[in-house]
Design a binder for this molecule. Structure first.
Ligand code: PLP
Length: 406
């Protein structure tokens, strides 16, 4: 018999590191989700930029079923066909020549940062080991990746943390110039900061970062865990920055919710990940790889990518129309379907109020920090769902404004 579980069960048996919503979703289809009570929601959150093709996409369900009936797991003592096919596709479609598979964004970044250190060690010796990353950046929750991340609150109480990591102001090339040196082994950046508040790198900034890396023989690592796999309207966001990284990490949308991640690198850099230097039990297992291959096949088509840019404009128009009426946002920004609406100074700290009221109205949205309401829906969300979602969002905005006047 299946045991009855409710939200109250969470407070009894789960580690208290999350504070989930009061309802429990049980089923999803496309961009609609239903909870235990049968209440329906429109999904503008996409499981935090993960379900890029919505819930229960028929091709993905079929792919998973087919592979599940064939082979799930072997270990990296053997290779497998889906992993090889996926790696081939990722190298054909990007700057990269080599792929390492992992299971989460944090793990892909862990591999990237270890590779950057190891490459510098191999070519320049142990002194060249410093990593520079940016304030407000997010790179995962392992001790190394959370230390590279630029949000000090996430390392509080976990000292001693790994050393050789410096943080720099984002979009400030003079600050980077002052910090970078011949001891720098890598500069790590998100081409558009996600968790930090949906802040795109200025085009000139990305180019200057690349030039400084070249000057100091440091590797440029792009964390595209959130921005990758069509999210910004190109397969990877770096294509729009006009610079090519040496290492790129990808996860979130790659498996549409099935755990899978990859680190992509050039031939020259990947050489330093020699036999025995790094590994993962599950990374690149056939089930995950088969699903990711299907995701890439669907996303990397002109139809889906052009659709992202079209939907971006719809989101901008809808948000602007609501804002013209309620004056709650001071900035509406983002790339593709990674959008942020920053609340006005009077509403500072209240982004999460919009999220709570939206859920009441039957809509999932996200926040990115205390001041930004974030939207990361399915890349193929139907236009009708966008329209109806924004009708619900407008009611949530009205409630938020009314609440604060009380
Ligand atoms: C979500 C995220 C990560 C961490 O991914 P996990 O799968 O949670 O480990 C790393 N970097 C960026 C940019 C992210 O958005």
């Amino acid at each position: 018999m299946t045991e009855q579980v409710t939200r109250a069960t969470f407070d009894e048996v789960m580690a208290p590191n999350y504070a989930p919503a009061a309802m429990i979703p049980v089923r999803g289809e496309g961009s609609r989700v239903w909870d235990q009570e049968g209440k329906e929601y429109i999904d503008f959150a996409g499981g935090i930029a993960v379900t890029a093709l919505g819930h229960s996409h028929p091709t993905l369900v079929e792919t998973m079923r087919e592979q599940a009936g064939k082979l799930w797991h072997l270990s990296n003592v053997m290779t497998n066909e889906p992993a090889l096919r996926l790696a081939k596709k990722l190298t054909e479609k990007t700057f990269a020549d080599r792929v390492f598979f992992a299971n989460s964004g944090g793990e892909a970044n862990e591999a990237a940062f270890k590779l950057a250190r190891r490459y510098a060690f191999d070519h320049f010796g142990p002194e060249k080991n410093e990593i520079i990353s940016f304030y407000q950046s997010f790179h995962g929750r392992t001790l190394f990746t959370v230390s590279v991340g630029g949000q000090p609150k996430y390392t509080e109480g976990f000292a001693p943390v790994p050393g050789g990591i410096t943080h720099c102001e984002y979009n400030d090339i003079d600050a980077l110039k002052a910090l970078i040196s011949d001891k720098t082994c890598a500069v790590v950046m998100e081409p558009i900061q996600g968790e930090g508040g949906i802040i795109p790198a200025a085009p000139e900034f990305a180019k200057q970062v690349r030039a400084l890396c070249d000057e100091h023989k440091a590797l440029l690592v792009f964390d595209e865990v959130q921005s990758g796999v069509g999210r910004t309207g190109t397969l990877y966001a770096y294509e729009q920055t006009g610079v090519t990284p040496d290492i790129l990490t990808t996860a979130k949308s790659l498996g549409n919710g099935f755990p899978v991640a990859a680190m992509l690198a050039t031939e020259e850099v990947a050489k330093s990940l020699a036999v025995g230097t790094h590994g993962s039990t599950y990374g690149g297992n056939p089930l995950a790889a088969a699903i990711a291959e299907a995701v890439i096949d669907i996303v990397d088509t002109p139809e889906v990518l052009e659709g992202v840019n079209k939907r971006h404009q719809l989101f901008v128009d809808e948000l602007t129309a609501i804002n013209d009426k309620y004056h709650v946002f001071k900035d509406i920004r983002g790339m593709g379907l990674l959008m942020g609406a920053e609340v006005t100074d009077e509403l500072a700290g209240h982004a999460k109020d919009f999220l709570a009221h939206a859920a009441d109205e039957g809509l999932f949205v996200l926040v990115a920090g205390p001041n930004v309401v974030r939207f990361a829906p399915s890349l193929i969300i139907p236009e009708a769902d966008i329209k109806e979602g924004f009708e619900r969002f407008e009611r949530a905005v009205a409630k938020t404004v009314a609440d604060l006047k009380k």
